[in-house]
Design a protein around this ligand. Structure first.
Ligand SMILES: *Cc1c(COP(=O)(O)O)cnc(C)c1O
Length: 398
């Protein structure tokens, strides 16, 4: 047995089988590169689902982590720490909102947004008790908690996990008229991904988000954008909603917020929501807003800003898709994306096989839903490195 086979058979034995990973065991990483236990190097074109936008082990983020680890790691929110305030000042300055609320995982950020919207609905809009309704989209991915899978449309995520949390209405994605029609007197919010990443990098029509903003404003409901995957430079803007100059009422963020080294998530919103929704004791998390998280997230945001990663993503993404579209393969249906978030969709269910072929040739990308390969390299990748990757991708996919 190779080392790889040994590690995989151990995981098969002792880990719950809640994932179906490619057969590679990674033990080291640096920048855009990862190395497996056999010593073979690969280009990471998944970036942990966009949690590693800054590249693996960015020196400034690692330094912030080590410095903080030597001073203070956790206080809980029973006491103040000297990192959360300065970090939230930075985050609210960057995003232009009054306040932030920090959690750990993306799913918790979405849960926080749902709770904020509901409390706002009852306290400010006068919705009758237990009647608040949130509109969501077909094909959504917002995480894995029981409430969030309650409004998933993917049977794999849902089946057998009921009874489900009520209060959600599902409408088609990229359909402003459906949103308009779905809003009733008890609707409090529309929760949407600016691009549906997990669904296969579904990019909505131009103007969709702007139209949703107009409708939600006109009808007096909140627009909540889940930017957990699309945020922090991935799509060529700091947030994907910036593409259409849309200012959501709540932004959910996570993934790259922790620079690929620590789980950090949260929401930002203005006082009219934050003040109506939260009071001492009604929401929280032991690790939420801890000093390690804040030090790391602070450095993670600095890297994105200082290294102009959104601009890089925009330039390189355009180039990448232009080259992918030249690949001669009649089974390719579409190449789409924004910034360095790209989906390549096939006409048949062959994306997993192609991912395996790419892996064998040193390029790591993962299929989603069988027909689409998602390419999302760290945003620190250079044009030369991307060109080298394109050579491999073109050869293996043609
Ligand atoms: C990954 C993701 C989540 C969930 O984040 P976790 O950290 O895995 O809980 C939620 N929404 C979107 C759009 C995501 O991509």
């Amino acid at each position: 047995m190779t080392k790889t086979e040994q590690f995989i058979s151990e995981v098969d034995r002792v880990s719950a089988h809640n994932y179906h990973p490619l057969p590679i065991v990674i033990s080291k990483a640096d920048g855009i590169w990862v190395t497996d236990v056999e010593g073979k190097k690969y280009l990471d074109m998944l970036s942990a689902y966009s949690a590693v936008n800054q590249g693996h082990r960015h020196p400034k983020i690692i330094k912030a982590m080590i410095d903080q680890a030597e001073r203070l790691t956790l206080t809980s929110r029973a006491f103040h720490n000297d990192k959360m305030g300065p970090f939230l000042s930075k985050l609210t300055r960057l995003t232009g909102y009054d306040k932030g609320l920090l959690m750990n995982t993306g799913a918790e950020a979405v849960e926080t947004a749902i709770k904020a919207a509901r409390r706002w609905g009852y306290n400010e809009k006068g919705i009758p008790e237990n009647q608040a309704k949130i509109i969501v989209c077909d094909g959504n991915f917002h995480g894995r908690t029981t409430t969030i899978v309650s409004f998933s449309t993917d049977p794999t995520c849902r089946t057998g996990f009921g009874p489900f949390t009520p209060g959600f209405k599902i409408i088609p994605y990229d359909d402003p008229a459906a949103l308009e029609n779905a809003i009733d007197a008890n609707t409090i919010a529309f929760l949407v991904e600016p691009i549906q990443g997990e669904a296969g990098v579904k990019v909505p029509s131009e103007g969709y988000l702007k139209k949703c903003r107009e409708i939600t404003k006109e009808r007096g409901i909140l627009l909540i954008c889940d930017e957990i995957q699309t945020g922090f430079g991935r799509t060529g803007r700091m947030f994907c909603s910036d593409w259409e100059n849309v200012r959501p009422d709540i932004i959910c963020m996570g993934k790259a917020m922790g620079g690929g080294v620590y789980p950090v998530s949260g929401i930002v919103a203005d006082n009219f929501i934050m003040e109506a929704a939260f009071s001492p004791g009604n929401h929280g998390s032991t690790f939420g807003g801890n000093p390690m998280a804040c030090a790391i997230a602070s450095a993670s945001i600095d890297v994105i800003v200082d290294e102009h990663l959104p601009e890089r993503a925009m330039e390189l993404g355009e180039y990448f898709r232009k080259e992918l579209r030249k690949i001669d393969n009649p089974n390719i249906k579409e190449v789409r994306g924004k910034g360095l978030l790209t989906g390549l969709e096939f006409k048949t269910n062959c994306a997993h096989d192609y991912s395996l072929k790419l892996m064998k040739n040193g390029v790591l990308a993962k299929d989603t839903h069988g027909t689409t390969i998602r390419f999302a390299p760290p945003l620190v990748i250079t044009k030369k490195e991307l060109a080298d990757a394109l050579e491999t991708i073109t050869r293996e996919l043609a």
